[in-house]
Design a binder for this molecule. Structure first.
Ligand SMILES: NC(=O)c1ccc[n+]([C@@H]2O[C@H](COP(=O)([O-])OP(=O)(O)OC[C@H]3O[C@@H](n4cnc5c(N)ncnc54)[C@H](OP(=O)(O)O)[C@@H]3O)[C@@H](O)[C@H]2O)c1
Length: 184
């Protein structure tokens, strides 16, 4: 499977990259970011050399042909849905409403593709890095960084359980996937 990881320099994407390099079902990884991706410290150097290509694109609203050709024939893409900064900073815009509309657009795009594209929205709570102090926001659930990365990979490899995954879904799927890896 050829997988694109968008925003590949980020906190979640870096763990995703690390797990994808170890996963035999992922044979090719395009790490797409505004800056080059860093090969995770625990990566097998042979896997990094054969599976990983770091592609930079300064503006995610315009993809030069050279970038498009690298993305061609991908089987899956995991990325954050981007709301333009100009709208995020607009005091009158309800950010939650805008987010909901973006999610609807993503799901509608897949529905209108008549089976060519499948999409899934994930709604994690606070993502905790191993060993780091837990932040608390009342009402927000938690998920461990390895669990969310494993859940995202599991879903692109095995198919989406449903079109929107809650924090509880992600914890359950991620822990099931990690338990499977540890059994070999
Ligand atoms: N961390 C959490 O606890 C948490 C909880 C729930 C949901 N989330 C969501 O999960 C996603 C990933 O979170 P994260 O913590 O991994 O974020 P992060 O560490 O801030 O990483 C964000 C990534 O997106 C890239 N990016 C940001 N703005 C961009 C733009 N306009 N165009 C192209 N690339 C852009 C960044 O690139 P640069 O390196 O070039 O800046 C970086 O690679 C986000 O959508 C976040 O809202 C996070």
């Amino acid at each position: 499977m050829k997988l694109i990881i968008g925003g590949s320099t980020g906190f979640v994407a870096t763990e995703l990259l690390s797990q994808a390099l170890k996963n035999p079902a992922i044979t090719s990884i395009i790490a797409l970011g505004r800056r080059g991706a860093t090969v995770p410290a625990d990566a097998n150097s042979n896997a990094a050399k054969t599976k990983l290509r770091s592609i930079t694109c300064e503006n995610f609203e315009e993809y030069p042909d050279s970038v498009k050709s690298e993305l061609a024939n991908a089987d899956a893409c995991i990325c954050r849905a981007e709301i333009p900064p100009a709208l995020q900073n607009h005091g009158l815009v309800d950010y939650g409403l805008l987010r909901g509309e973006t999610e609807t657009l993503i799901l509608d795009y897949a529905e209108q593709s008549q089976g060519t594209v499948q999409s899934c929205i994930v709604k994690p709570g606070l993502i905790d890095a191993p060993g780091a102090e837990k932040r608390e926001i009342p009402g927000l659930p938690h998920i461990d960084l390895p669990d969310i990365a494993a859940a995202l990979l599991d879903q692109v490899i095995r198919g989406f359980e449903k079109d929107t995954l809650s924090n509880d879904d992600l914890v359950r799927i991620g822990q099931r996937a990690l338990a499977g890896y540890s059994k070999g």
